[in-house]
Design a binder for this molecule. Structure first.
Ligand code: ADP
Ligand code: MG
Length: 730
């Protein structure tokens, strides 16, 4: 790109006006879920007995018989065609991030040479996409390329554009999970079973426990013209070079600031479309970094919330284009300013209320509250390394550990009151009668226990797993990740902790211990055992790293080594005993993660090398040559002594550029060699380690020289849009 083109693009971006969003006459409550085949539509479009059967399938674990499936498909087709759908697709979440779909028209031969619209129960329930190009970690070899996608009736189908989208799980011919949804559903079932058993200790009528997820999606917007002029953004989703803008987020003037008009129009458009798709959007605001924003819906059942997050990620990219933007979901598109995460607010609830909600109305309510808090801590403590592994990726690593996002050590913040309460409880004895009562405060009738304020507004922002009133907020998840990965770990770990808790309580009761005392005894053990995970201090501090190590928490920072956690004996035991993932599946999935890690850095290294050699070096050399001409010209026209004095500044610049150029050219050669060496390694783990240790750091090292050149070279020649040009939408 020539420099004049850069100015043209920047100028155009600057002049752009907000796209008008048509005003909707109806209220959100009227168009909410317009495109979703939810219960209300089912009732309208299905015969009564079919509707009843479908409700049983959705609510319980009833399998769907083919006759019902056919009847459901018929009603669904009628509804979808009224909304203009012509195609249907099984929509699934393969182990590459993102979603996959294969569209089939609703057409079939009518046997008389014509066509009819058809959509059968079989098409609804199961398909066999030739999925040989989806990663399977060796589970499914290419000669047996069949994978099954099977309908997940607990997540309603919806119409998106001209297509009826059917949420499905994706499994191999031999039954292994090849996606995120299949293990997520198993994890949710496991936590339901374990938590229901524990909840019954307090409320004998509880039938079912549901896991909830409320995600907060962060993203960046950038003008599409500027995006197109950055090959690195285009290929990798982040800028691999670019000097800091003089002004970025240091004034703290973007966070919760007023939303620029162009962006507000985009947000409005997006929200309307999301609401129509049944995504209960609620909150929108500017984030900390310039051009960074957040969208959050009301929380939902975890499986549905994950689907909605996957859907909104693709929806928001599409809507952004209509407004002349590109939407960046990369965790760290720009160095030096905040990256994007996706806080995952997690809780469990019964048909009667949230289990992490406290304090309750009765003493038993309060004991339930303490139990679920403590067992969450046990789960996170036991599997803190695995939880970190669930969010690690080649892109999210740029966020972790930097003083803007969760540290690379998982710990939990509870606030002073609850921490104090747990400590008192741990130190109490059986004989101290504990009665928990009170509406506004949780007071235990032991005098030394402080009262727990209901409004616990004190929130440690540096904590990766913070208790925020009625839920835990896991803040380490990356903006472009599928939340299912961490929800699988969290819910399975919770299922394991609760199962273990219940076994010990039952054991004590069998020995004749009174139930409340039995619960308290086990809780005391668990509070002590999980104590190392509780940390209320500054998670970014150097001292915490040392302290965490002493406490035995996982402090590993290398992504490929963090992934080892997926195969540790503790992890395998947990997943196998909770019937969520087998060892073979875990191995296959880890292989895919390692391979994805390697490929991402490989692509970065390639495009980085290209930009260095094709854009940066030629530009810098051109400017250097101009300066050299200037110096020789000065020598020609001025007396030697004057020329030498006046030339010294330019000579210094010429030399600096020479040094940077030489470093970059040599660095790119070393980068290529490092890749070559790494690529020869057969073992995926060793290869990922080589990419982590040799390739990734070289990119950063060379980048520093490119960014220095950006400050020296004539702005009129610089070939790439600069940070200050990309980061401010007006
Ligand atoms: P903040 O930015 O202060 O963390 P937000 O209001 O932006 O909070 O987001 C909070 C998210 O947590 C929302 O998605 C909300 O629906 C969700 N949430 C609230 N209560 C629960 C709960 N009990 N379980 C799961 N998610 C919850
Ligand atoms: Mg939050």
């Amino acid at each position: 790109m020539s420099s004049t083109l850069r100015f043209q693009i920047v100028g155009e971006a600057f002049k752009k006006r907000a796209v008008a969003v048509p005003n909707r006459e109806e209220r959100p409550s009227e168009f909410f879920a317009k495109y979703v085949f939810n219960r209300q539509k089912m009732k309208q479009y299905l015969p009564a007995e079919v509707f009843q059967k479908m409700c049983d399938v959705v609510d319980g674990d009833q399998p769907l018989d083919m006759a019902t499936a056919d009847a459901v498909a018929a009603g669904m087709k009628r509804w979808a065609m009224e909304l203009g759908a012509t195609h249907c697709t099984h929509w699934f979440q393969p182990l590459t991030e993102g979603t996959a779909e294969k569209h089939d028209g609703f057409v079939e031969h009518d046997g008389k040479g014509g066509m009819i619209e058809e959509f059968t129960g079989k098409q609804l329930v199961q398909q066999e996409p030739d999925a040989s190009s989806f990663p399977s970690g060796g589970i499914r070899s290419t000669f047996e390329a069949r994978g099954y996608s099977a309908w997940d009736p607990s997540s309603p189908v919806f119409v998106f554009g001209d297509t009826l989208m059917i949420p499905t799980i994706f499994i191999s011919y031999t039954g292994e999970a090849l996606d995120y949804k299949a293990p997520l559903k198993k994890a949710l079932k496991a936590v339901d079973k374990a938590a229901t058993a524990v909840a019954k200790l307090f409320y004998p009528d509880v039938k079912r426990v549901v896991s909830n997820l409320g995600w907060e999606q962060e993203y960046f917007l950038i003008d599409e013209g500027l995006y197109a002029a950055r090959p690195d953004l285009l290929m990798t989703g982040r800028t691999l070079m670019g000097h800091d803008s003089a002004k970025n987020q240091q004034m703290d003037d973007h966070y919760f600031g007023s939303i620029p008009m162009r962006v507000a129009a985009f947000m409005k458009d997006l929200e309307i479309k999301a609401l129509e798709l049944g995504i209960p959007c609620k909150t929108r605001h500017n984030e900390v970094a310039p051009n960074q924003f957040e969208l959050a819906p009301i929380f939902e059942e975890t499986n549905l919330a994950v689907d909605h997050n996957m859907l909104i990620m693709s929806l928001m990219k599409k809507v952004a284009r209509k407004h002349g933007f590109r939407l960046l979901l990369h965790e760290k598109p720009f160095a030096g300013i905040n990256g994007s995460g996706k806080h995952c607010n997690w809780s469990l609830s019964t048909d009667t209320g949230v289990l992490l909600h406290g304090p309750g109305r009765t003493p038993l309510d309060n004991l339930r509250f303490v139990t679920f808090i403590v067992e969450s801590l046990v789960a996170v403590h036991r599997h803190n390394g695995l939880l970190k592994a669930s969010i690690i990726s080649a892109t999210n690593v740029h966020r972790l550990g930097a003083a803007e996002a969760p540290p690379a050590i998982v710990s939990s913040f509870l606030g002073k009151e609850i921490t104090g309460l747990l400590e008192k409880l741990a130190a109490s004895t059986d004989d101290e009668l504990i009665s928990l009562s009170g509406k506004q405060t949780l007071s235990l009738d032991i005098p030394q226990i402080p009262e727990l304020q209901q409004d616990n507004t004190d929130r440690n922002r540096t904590s990766p797993f913070a208790f925020t009133g009625n839920r835990f907020e896991f803040r380490a998840v990356g903006s472009q990740q599928n939340c299912a990965a961490s929800m699988i770990v969290l819910n399975t770990a919770m299922a394991e902790a609760l199962t273990d808790f219940k076994t010990r309580v039952d054991g004590l009761i069998a020995q004749g211990v009174e139930p409340t005392k039995a619960i308290l005894r086990v809780l005391r053990e668990d509070i002590k055992a999980s104590a190392p995970i509780r940390f209320d201090g500054n998670g970014y501090s150097e001292a915490w790293k040392q302290e965490a190590q002493r406490r035995g928490l996982d402090t590993e920072t290398s992504a490929p080594l963090i992934l080892d956690q997926y195969l540790s004996p503790d992890t395998v035991r947990m997943f196998e005993s909770m019937n969520v993932l087998s060892k073979a599946e875990l191995e296959a999935r880890n292989d895919i993660k390692l391979d994805t890690y390697t490929k991402k850095i490989q692509i970065e290294a390639r495009i980085f090398g290209d930009i260095c050699m094709n854009h940066i070096i030629p530009t810098s050399t051109r400017y250097q040559t101009q300066l050299i001409k200037n110096v020789t010209g000065m020598n020609d026209i001025l007396p030697a002594e004057t020329a030498s004095r006046l030339n010294s500044a330019n000579l210094s610049l010429i030399q600096q550029m020479g040094e940077h150029n030489a470093f970059i050219i040599d660095g790119v050669e070393r980068l290529i060699e490092a890749r070559r060496v790494a690529n020869r390694i057969k073992d995926s783990r060793e290869r990922a380690i080589a990419y982590h240790d040799t390739v990734a750091p070289l990119i950063e090292e060379i980048r520093r020289h490119v960014d220095k050149l950006e400050l020296i070279v004539d702005d009129g020649l610089w070939p790439l849009p600069k940070y200050r040009e990309m980061l401010f939408i007006h």
